[in-house]
Design a protein around this ligand. Structure first.
Ligand code: PMV
Length: 327
């Protein structure tokens, strides 16, 4: 017997991939072509979501950052809730209220923290008792990168779910300085760009053939807390992914002038000693991976750039639940 009203709230942080997920083996189920490794970020880049399933709702309702949503976003969330309803044999509609800790429309993707929090809150609301691997596999169906936000620290996702390589206490000195250089929506979704890359880029085949070497380099660098080695691998992988994206027909370039300027600044900063790595997802906003010790020096350098906003994050925790609901 199901209760007529079930409610839960979860908080999840975003993550930044050191080895990127790009391309799907199965587009419906979000099965990746290659494994990826990421660092979970902290509360500065997080999403809190309350889900309530109730007989009183005739349709699913979605309120994102205080704005009711009716279009594609609601459709995507509803489709995700359908998966959970099927798993728990429920036909109750839901109200979902979600807030990001970072500014709305900042151009920062919230799908990783968003779907991880939604998966956790809705599974708990419907009393599904899922292991962390099962929760990761569920979040993956909403957005691939969300599979890596269920656990904290450093996670590796391959196939159906992500596993934790090291927890958040392993290397707490690491930082991600997010430089918001553009607030615009992406020109082309990662879903469409991935498909185009797999289908048309000749460089992409080479990327997949060589990815195990990169993954091993990153696993070892994290294990040994070898920052220069990690930084070189991160930059190489981001450059390689974007070279493949540029190699598509038609060619796509997610970076803008500010992104290229930051790349130049980081290369200059690293001349004497490698203290920072740039990495880009499917957009021009830049993530600079560094250590707490060097974060001040880097942010000072970035101050010369016009029209940019910085958000600094440390290594964060996995999913957290709270009774402090959003409604
Ligand atoms: O989770 P999605 O479908 O938004 O894909 C994101 C892919 C990248 O952010 C570009 C790389 C990654 O591994 O996070």
């Amino acid at each position: 017997m199901k209760f007529s009203k079930q409610k839960a709230t979860a908080k999840s942080s975003s993550n930044i991939a050191f080895v990127k997920y790009w391309g799907k083996k199965d587009t419906e189920k979000n099965i990746p072509m290659n494994p990826s490794i990421s660092m979970t970020l902290d509360d500065n880049l997080s999403t809190k979501t309350t889900v309530e399933f109730s007989e009183s709702y005739k349709e699913d309702i979605l309120i994102l950052n205080n704005e009711p949503e009716f279009g594609d976003k609601l459709k995507r969330v509803s489709a995700f809730l359908d998966i959970i309803r099927e798993k728990s044999d429920s036909n109750l509609k839901a109200k979902v209220v979600s807030v990001n800790s970072f500014p709305t429309g900042s151009g920062i993707a919230s799908s990783a923290s968003g779907f991880a929090a939604l998966a956790a809150a809705s599974a708990r609301a419907l009393e599904l008792d899922l292991s962390s691997q099962e929760l990761s596999a569920l979040a993956r169906l909403g957005s691939g990168s969300a599979s890596r936000s269920i656990q904290g620290g450093f996670c590796e996702w391959s196939g159906e779910y992500a596993v934790q390589l090291f927890d958040e206490n392993h290397w707490p000195e690491l930082r991600d300085i997010v430089v918001i250089v553009s607030k615009e929506e992406k020109k082309i979704s990662s879903r469409d760009a991935m498909k185009l890359t797999v289908e048309t880029s000749s460089k992409y085949k080479e990327r997949i053939e060589n990815i195990e070497k990169t993954l091993e380099g990153v696993r070892t660098a994290i294990k040994e807390k070898n920052f220069p080695k990690l930084a070189m691998e991160i930059m190489k992988d981001s450059d390689n992914m974007h070279a493949c994206i540029k190699d598509t027909t038609p060619s796509i370039d997610y970076l803008n002038d500010n992104s290229y300027e930051i790349k130049r600044l980081i290369k200059e900063l690293n001349k004497e000693k490698v203290i920072a790595a740039y990495t880009f997802d499917a957009g021009p906003n830049t993530h600079i991976i560094t250590t707490g010790e060097n974060a001040g020096k880097i942010t000072k350098k970035l101050k010369s750039l016009k029209n940019t906003t910085l958000i600094i994050s440390g290594v964060g925790k996995g999913i957290r639940y709270t009774e402090k609901h959003l409604f």
